[in-house]
Design a protein around this ligand. Structure first.
Ligand code: SAM
Length: 267
């Protein structure tokens, strides 16, 4: 490989590189960066977004899993004093050293966008604000309301952790190679945890996952199939004046929280 030319894209690593400067500008503007800000970028790729971030923020840490791109980018960005380029897997490498209030700005690798979202959202106020490019379908699940077919575990847990809005859609034309799906940029603002104790928060997450594990069943049956005592669930629903025929997909976040609290009182 010629050291000046970028390595070819590997699709299985979600390598769809942004080539539209207008989209890069819109992403950076949405992040409202200043020279006092620290940014985490996941998957800098060929560095198109990274370079714009380096101009707008104080310090950028960028984590890239592909050693070829890491080498390419290290050479191309050697002049950027405010960039720390790390070779690693964003799902597992340490992010706990990043300062509280770090802003995440990334065009995420779509094949792992959901586990990455869960990891980022679980960091509380470390990531105060996130501007993320995702598949449009995942963006719709993030903002889905009860009663819609997009509403599920990701919607409840993401809305529990953050205020989320879909900022704008992005067409496949803006990438090379072009992805097979539409994309969207979302803005997330971290919220204070409403379940204070980490163990109670883990139980809440387990309850939400179990509630959606069998989408076609009632909430009581889905939870029973996942090992919950159906009498306890029915008692909790009755206490909350909710019908036993209820399905998880109709239950708003606030009622999931009430159900979790009520079940812990009962057990
Ligand atoms: N930021 C660049 C852009 O906007 O053009 C590239 C975005 S591309 C959609 C996703 C990037 O994430 C690729 O560079 C890919 O190699 C990288 N990537 C894939 N899996 C990763 C992982 N587990 N950890 C860190 N980076 C990853």
């Amino acid at each position: 490989m010629d050291s000046a030319s970028p390595p070819a894209a590997i699709r299985r690593l979600g390598q769809n590189f942004l080539v539209d400067p207008n989209i890069v500008r819109k992403i950076v503007a949405l992040a409202e960066l200043s020279s006092a800000d620290t940014v985490l970028e996941i998957g800098p790729g060929r560095g198109f977004l990274t370079e714009a971030l380096c101009r707008a923020a104080g310090h950028i840490t960028a984590i890239e899993v592909d050693p070829r791109l890491h080498t390419f980018l290290a050479e191309r960005t050697a002049h950027l004093a405010n960039l720390t380029l790390l070779l690693g897997d964003a799902l597992t490498c340490s992010i706990e050293h990043l300062p509280i209030g770090t802003i995440v700005v990334a065009n995420l690798p779509y094949y792992i966008s959901t586990p990455l979202l869960f990891r980022l959202l679980s960091q509380g106020n470390r990531f105060a604000r996130m501007v993320l490019m995702l598949q449009n379908e995942v963006a719709d699940r993030l903002i889905a309301k009860p009663g819609s077919s997009d509403y599920g575990v990701l919607s409840v847990m993401a809305q529990y952790s953050a205020n989320i809005s879909k900022a704008f859609k992005v067409s496949p034309q803006c990438f090379r190679p072009r992805p097979e799906v539409d994309s969207a940029v979302v803005l997330l603002h971290a919220l204070e945890p409403r379940v204070r104790h980490p163990e109670a928060e883990r139980r809440f997450t387990t309850l939400v996952r179990a509630a959606f594990a069998h989408r076609r069943k009632t909430l009581v049956n889905s939870l029973r199939n996942e090992g919950y005592d159906s009498k306890l669930v029915e008692t909790a629903l009755a206490t909350l004046h909710l019908p036993p025929s209820l399905r998880a997909e109709t239950l708003p976040l606030e009622q999931f929280l009430e159900l979790a609290r009520c079940m812990e009182d009962v057990t």
